[in-house]
Write a protein that binds this ligand. Structure first.
Ligand code: NAD
Ligand code: ZN
Ligand code: ZN
Length: 347
């Protein structure tokens, strides 16, 4: 089968012929319906070099996957061929205290495991079939279309986890700001905020098209990033500032914006891997603001995200691409012209 593989750091992925996977004991082969293209793939292609991570190329890209159970190895129970499933992405050890509660994104033994998951060191979903080494990473999709559901596993799950930590701050009268709101994660983050909270949602992005997309999915205000963005946000909040900032970009300018407008006791959550730095000092941020990075989400949270989608309360907006056109999707993502999430359909 053809697979879109990263063969070296600082290179473009290549379509390469590889063997179809066979499931061993406890393993499942999934026929991929869709593999979302994540901006993190661009970071993988452009920003990493040898030694920065405990794993590296070659591997097949695609860490945001859904499809149908194709074949099961000995010992796999509770699944049947043809079942539609979402593939949970961060693969932990399964045995540490964090993994035992489904929090494999924060596995205590991740460093020993080497690769971080399918499409992140192990072979991912940008091929007709994907080997999933444990059935605990499969979440049933019920009636959801697995192509449209693929983005739930990262573009949905990552903002869901980031927002959930801040729910106590997001009551009536509160304000949440999503930076990068028109992007893959951002347009899901806006929907998740709207589904879970009564907060007023301020979308921040680079152009009006992205703000329009964010407003279509639930943002009440839109602000173009730039010099006067902080003043606009202060005006919208009548000088009070925002309760929660979810920064899906993470460059110097967006981190500075979040720090400038998050009100005392607020949360500033950094999800984007833009490589920026936020200087923290006594006077650089309002009192008692908590700053955190978050990484992906838990298995139970993925089940909650799938439930929200099944109830029609969140819907990934997707653009479909064939495997041979994946480079077009990444070029559009780099240029900022994608609308929602690009999903690669291998077959
Ligand atoms: P995307 O390309 O789909 O969306 C990014 C959005 O940010 C676009 O709408 C773009 O216009 C906007 N943007 C870019 N620069 C901006 C700026 N200076 N000000 C305002 N808006 C700006 O990307 P994505 O797939 O949604 O990923 C977003 C980020 O999150 C990436 O850095 C990615 O690597 C990271 N990510 C992190 C995790 C995690 O677990 N922490 C998981 C997935 C993705
Ligand atoms: Zn990702
Ligand atoms: Zn673990």
């Amino acid at each position: 089968m053809q697979a879109l593989r990263l063969t070296a750091w600082k290179s473009d992925p290549e379509l390469i012929e590889v063997d179809e996977p066979e499931p061993g004991p406890g393993e499942v082969v999934v026929k991929v319906a869709g593999a979302g293209a994540c901006h993190s793939d661009l970071h993988l292609m452009h920003d990493f070099t040898d030694g920065l991570l405990p794993w590296g190329p070659p591997f097949t890209l695609g860490h945001e996957n859904a499809g149908w159970v194709e074949a099961m190895g000995p010992g796999v129970t509770g699944l049947a061929a043809g079942d539609p499933v979402a593939v949970y992405g961060p693969w932990g050890c399964g045995r540490c205290a964090r993994c035992r509660v489904g929090m494999e994104n924060y596995c205590e033994r991740q460093a020993e495991l080497g690769a971080a998951g399918g499409g992140l060191g192990h072979d991912g979903g940008m091929a007709r079939y994907m080997l999933v080494p444990s059935d605990r990473w499969l979440v049933p999709l019920g009636d959801l279309d697995p192509v449209a559901a693929a983005p739930l596993t990262d573009a949905g799950l990552t903002p869901y986890h980031a927002i959930k930590r801040s729910l106590p701050l997001l009551g009536a009268g509160s304000t949440a700001m999503v930076i990068g709101a028109g992007g893959g994660l951002g347009h899901m983050g806006v929907q998740i905020l709207a589904a879970l909270t009564p907060a007023t949602i301020i979308a921040v992005d680079q152009n009006q098209g992205a703000l329009d997309r964010a407003s279509q999915v639930g943002a009440q205000h839109g602000v173009i990033s730039g010099e006067d963005a902080a003043d606009q946000v202060r005006d919208i909040t009548k000088g009070r500032g925002i309760d929660v900032c979810i920064d899906m970009v993470g460059v110097d300018a967006t981190l500075a914006l979040g720090a400038a407008v998050t009100r005392p006791m607020g949360h500033l959550t950094i999800v984007g891997i833009g490589g920026g730095t936020l200087p923290i000092s006594f006077f650089s941020i309002a009192y008692e603001v908590s700053v955190a990075t978050t990484y992906w989400g838990t298995i139970p949270e993925l089940m909650e995200v799938v439930t929200l989608a099944a109830e029609g309360r969140i819907t990934p907006h997707i653009q479909r691409f064939g495997l041979a056109d994946a480079h077009t999707a990444y070029e559009a993502m780099q240029a900022g012209t994608l609308e929602g999430r690009a999903v690669i359909i291998p077959d």
